[in-house]
Design a protein around this ligand. Structure first.
Ligand SMILES: C[S@@+](CC[C@H](N)C(=O)[O-])C[C@H]1O[C@@H](n2cnc3c(N)ncnc32)[C@H](O)[C@@H]1O
Ligand code: SF4
Length: 388
């Protein structure tokens, strides 16, 4: 990775995180276009059994290149389904990150998990190995919604998976939900929200279902086999979620993320939203260090081959120019409860602010511009006004 002196010099100045992509799932959900593979799809040249060793080669390689990297503040294992790998493998990868870069004393180490991919023992091994946070993909409490999403878990097993995580010593626990699945009524969504709240997580993410081109789900939508809800219904579901989460003590801190307090926020995602520095490990993983962005080859076999040959898995990269960086900062910061720094705006964006405020889409809080709930529903339009 040909990093410039300038980007390397930011390493000591900004929080540093590591993302580890684990590209395996037992079943592919029809709506998902993440870089992940079932055992059948994987083919030759990459196996789950060899994955940890391959990822460790990449971590060691990056350690030689990222001279001056500070201790890692956040680690996030995402996927795919990281918990498809034995916990011992995930812990070995975390150990390699610790050995290579060091971990901050208060490091946050999250893994995503599907509720049917964990056991009391696997969770205990993760906690003992240094993991501090679990993020369960729950999506819905309603069987017909889960079936439309191709989710494999029985919703009745979710409280048990949460209990096991608590018994293993995980105090930080997040739940992912999806709303706007075809056939989901407002009462179905209310049931999912209420079940999620009853689990007493310290963090909830709720995302509107996106129809991703090229997925099995997109083909069903195109053929008219399933019908996506209209924008008004999706907006009503967002408002319901925000009302019920707030009433339960979970406040929004990013458009689609709610937490019980500042300490419960996902620090790793906050690091992305602040455009801090992170190293992405694994096939297709993206990295960003001080304005240099790059990404790895996508297929696990090509990724493994490169590293086995002593080569970099990097596929391509780009330098982010000042204008793009400013635009990205607006797009990311406006999504946060802490809002957009008004002093950082250029003349054109500043000129758009009074209109946004007078229409009730945002308020000025000191030197920050913060979206109202109505503004959150129209966040993309607000961004367009500020960047055009
Ligand atoms: C890629 S998954 C990885 C973790 C785990 N395998 C799971 O499904 O929970 C992370 C989150 O992205 C969500 N996701 C994937 N595709 C999506 C889409 N098309 N629209 C909205 N959310 C999506 C998943 O439902 C999940 O909550
Ligand atoms: S949503 Fe999660 S479980 Fe489903 S295919 Fe995507 S990564 Fe795998």
């Amino acid at each position: 990775m040909p990093l410039t002196e300038r980007s390397l010099s930011t390493l000591g100045e900004r929080p540093f995180g590591v993302y580890v992509h684990v590209p395996f799932c037992s079943v592919r959900c029809g709506y998902c276009d993440f870089n992940t593979y079932t055992a059948d799809e994987l083919g030759e040249g990459a196996t789950r059994a060899s994955y940890a060793d391959t990822a460790i080669l990449e971590i060691e390689r990056a350690g030689r290149e990222l001279t001056g990297a500070p201790a890692v503040e956040t680690v996030f294992f995402g996927g795919g389904t990281p918990t498809q790998l034995p916990s011992a493998d995930l812990v070995r990868i975390l150990d390699a990150i610790r050995r290579t870069f060091g971990l901050a004393d208060d490091v946050e180490v999250t893994t995503e998990a599907n509720p049917d991919s964990v056991t009391p023992d696997s969770l205990a091994a993760l906690r003992a190995g240094g993991f501090t946070r679990i993020s369960y993909g729950v999506q819905s409490a309603v069987p017909h919604v889960l079936a439309t999403l191709d989710r494999t878990h029985d919703p009745a097993g979710v409280p048990q998976a949460v209990r096991w995580a608590r018994e293993a010593g995980f105090e930080q626990l997040s739940v992912d939900l999806i709303y706007g699945t075809p056939g989901e009524s407002i009462d179905d969504w209310r049931a999912s929200i209420e079940q999620a709240i009853a689990l007493e997580p310290d963090h909830i993410s709720a995302y509107a279902l996106i129809v991703e081109d090229g997925t099995a789900f997109a083909r069903k939508v195109r053929r008219g086999e399933v019908v996506m809800p209209d924008d008004d219904e999706t907006a009503d579901k967002y408002v319901l979620a925000d009302e019920l989460f707030s009433a339960a003590g979970l406040g929004w801190y990013e458009l689609s993320n709610w937490a019980t307090d500042d300490a419960a926020q996902c620090r790793h995602n906050v690091l992305y939203w602040h455009s801090d520095n992170w190293l992405g490990i694994g096939p297709g993983a993206h990295s960003h260090i001080g304005g240099e962005r790059w990404w790895n080859v996508k297929h696990p076999a090509a990724y493994a081959q490169r590293l086995a040959a002593g080569e970099s898995p990097r596929h391509d990269g780009e330098t982010i120019d000042t204008a793009t960086a400013r635009m990205e900062q607006i797009m990311l910061e406006i999504r946060l409860r802490t809002g957009l720094d008004l002093d950082s705006l250029g003349p054109e964006a500043s000129a758009a602010v009074p209109g946004v405020v007078s229409r009730g889409l945002a308020t000025r809080e000191g030197d920050r511009l913060v979206l109202t709930r109505t503004g959150r529903l129209l966040a993309d339009a607000v961004v367009r006004e500020l960047v055009e």
